[in-house]
Design a protein around this ligand. Sequence first.
Ligand SMILES: Cc1cc2nc3c(=O)[nH]c(=O)nc-3n(C[C@H](O)[C@H](O)[C@H](O)COP(=O)(O)O)c2cc1C
Length: 339
Amino acid sequence: MSFEQLKKQIMKLYTNYMGLKLNSPIVVSACTLSEKTENIVMMEDNGAGAVVLFSLFEEQIKKEEARFKSTMSATTNAFAEAQDFFPDLDDYNVGTDEYLENIRKAKERVKIPIIGSLNGITNEGWIDYSRMMEQAGADGIEVNIFFIPGDVNLSSSHVEHRYINIIEAIKSNVKIPVAVKLNPYFSAMGNMAQRMQQAGADALVLFNRFYQPDFDINQLIIKTDLHYSESNEIRLPLLWIALLYNKIKLSLAATTGVQSAVEVIKYILAGADVVMTASSLYKNGIPYLKTMNKELQDWMFMMGFDEINSFKGTMSQQNISDPTAYERANYIKILEGVK
Ligand SMILES: Cc1cc2nc3c(=O)[nH]c(=O)nc-3n(C[C@H](O)[C@H](O)[C@H](O)COP(=O)(O)O)c2cc1C
């Protein structure tokens, strides 16, 4: 047996994510790479612990429903009217039937857990798709509540209720575990996490990366180009994972900023059960998962950790010797250091 094989055998990467047993904490984040079953097979071959599929959007589901109703009733023009309300998702994504078929195909080809992703902000019909995903064989559901409360009349409690209502509705639909991918902009993130747990969420995915607009100052238009993430973007999710670790019972998944095993390790030290990655795979290709797994194992070997649990959460607020490092005192210390 070679040294590499021996290392692989000793350094165990398995982890538990919302009741699912994973062979690696490195999980493919929801993104278009999972539109192709061949890619999902490649992700498994290169050591992905699980794959979160690209999202099925509320707007897309409603658009299809409107089209269906309009076809059924020749006298109404419901679809033409509805068309105006929905952004054009046709180019981005597959249809709802095809989405469910993608789950079935992936389940036939790979053994790793396949997590379906729903993306929406209201508490209406689209949520029924969680059950269809479960029936198609999904091992879990990730619901991405990508909501920007720009309406000045909308109170924080209204926004919070939206999250809770969606979680309760999905949980009443399915038996498989449900993760909630959310944004960091809550006044009381810790309390909100606890309430999402009470509503039935099995995991939190911290955090959604908002694609914030930029301006083109010559053409005076809003730019909506996509930028892949950078490693310094891990800091906000890292902070909250470190603060929440062991204070709530939910599984914690980290997303945003993973470029190499270094960020994977940092997130696990903070307390993440799994670490998700998308940008790194667009930049380096799907086989990069293998490199990250190997580098994670190399580091564990060097540090003398033989499994993920031996270092998970060791740098969380609860476990470090100076818990104020995560709080205001440290902020003042940093400012004092600036000359
Ligand atoms: C091309 C692309 C497509 C994405 N599509 C989705 C999606 O359908 N649903 C979703 O929840 N997140 C989606 N994301 C966000 C990723 O899942 C992830 O949360 C985000 O990119 C931050 O992780 P990263 O730093 O590893 O890229 C997408 C990201 C990229 C780059």
